[in-house]
Design a protein around this ligand. Structure first.
Ligand SMILES: [Zn+2]
Length: 259
């Protein structure tokens, strides 16, 4: 059943649009932006921001995203969401939440990485962020932030990962092989809708020993071998490369004993 759109006055709608466009002017076309939502009714301890940060986000479409946040804050469902409840209160008392651009990036991967860094920076300076992801709502060590960033990068599709200059490192944990693969070379096997996480599920076993593979995301420019796998061969010696790829990427989707 289509839900009734929340009643928003024309005046308020115009204000939301103005806020969104004013903020959007700071973001180049097709860029990804890290932004922060600010509650202007409290003052920033460090007196840098025009209020206290309450949420951090990243998007490739800043103008519609801001308007969406504002509309959600006035929707009936806002009651069950801490961020939208808070934003709704602010809008109703006439203190519109403020949106600030923190950084802009060419790729989603850079934007995801920077978002976690910004969240930790704000949390450490005392902000109480209403975000859900642990790296955005709790103070963590640098190594757990790094781990969570890498996990989030696995949610990118093959074309997104390719555009971001990322490569996938696949290695047998027992040392049979270690390969660095461009996401674009995986599209013929898996199509372009699958995420890096999906590849990990579909090709989890080493075709040689049957053990579980290790997956990591890296920058194309970085050293190709993952830590501890420097001396592992790219292909296991006894298998021709085409046969190896077939077993790794396709062989696992068939029932055992079917061929
Ligand atoms: Zn193996």
């Amino acid at each position: 059943m289509p839900r009734k759109p929340p009643k928003i006055s024309d005046g308020l709608r115009a204000k939301f649009k103005a806020v969104a466009h004013e903020t959007g002017e700071l973001v180049p076309t097709a860029a990804y932006a890290n932004y922060v939502i600010i509650d202007p009714t409290f003052s920033d301890r460090d007196e840098i921001l025009p209020g206290v940060p309450i949420y951090i986000g990243q998007t490739a479409r800043i103008v519609p995203r801001i308007q969406e946040h504002m509309r959600h804050a006035l929707a009936p469902a806002a009651a069950s969401n801490a961020l939208y409840r808070r934003m709704g209160q602010l809008i109703r008392i006439g203190a519109l939440p403020i949106f600030r651009i923190l950084e802009v990036h060419r790729t989603r991967a850079d934007s995801i990485r920077a978002e976690a860094v910004w969240a930790q920076r704000l949390l450490r300076s005392g902000a109480d962020l209403l975000n859900f992801l642990p790296e955005q709502s709790r103070i963590l060590t640098a190594s757990s932030v790094g781990r969570m960033q890498r996990v989030r990068l696995l949610t990118m599709s093959l074309p997104e990962a390719y555009a971001a200059g990322l490569v996938l490192q696949i290695a047998c944990r027992r040392g049979c092989f270690s390969r660095t693969i461009s996401p674009v070379d995986l599209i013929p096997w898996f199509g372009d809708r699958i995420t890096l996480m999906g590849i990990r599920t579909k090709a989890r076993q080493c075709p040689v020993c049957g053990g579980i593979n290790r997956y990591a995301v890296a920058d194309e420019a970085d050293s190709p071998a993952p830590d501890g796998f420097e001396n592992v061969p790219e292909f296991p010696g006894e298998l021709p490369s085409a046969e190896f790829e077939f077993r790794l990427f396709d062989g696992q989707n068939r029932a055992p004993g079917y061929d």
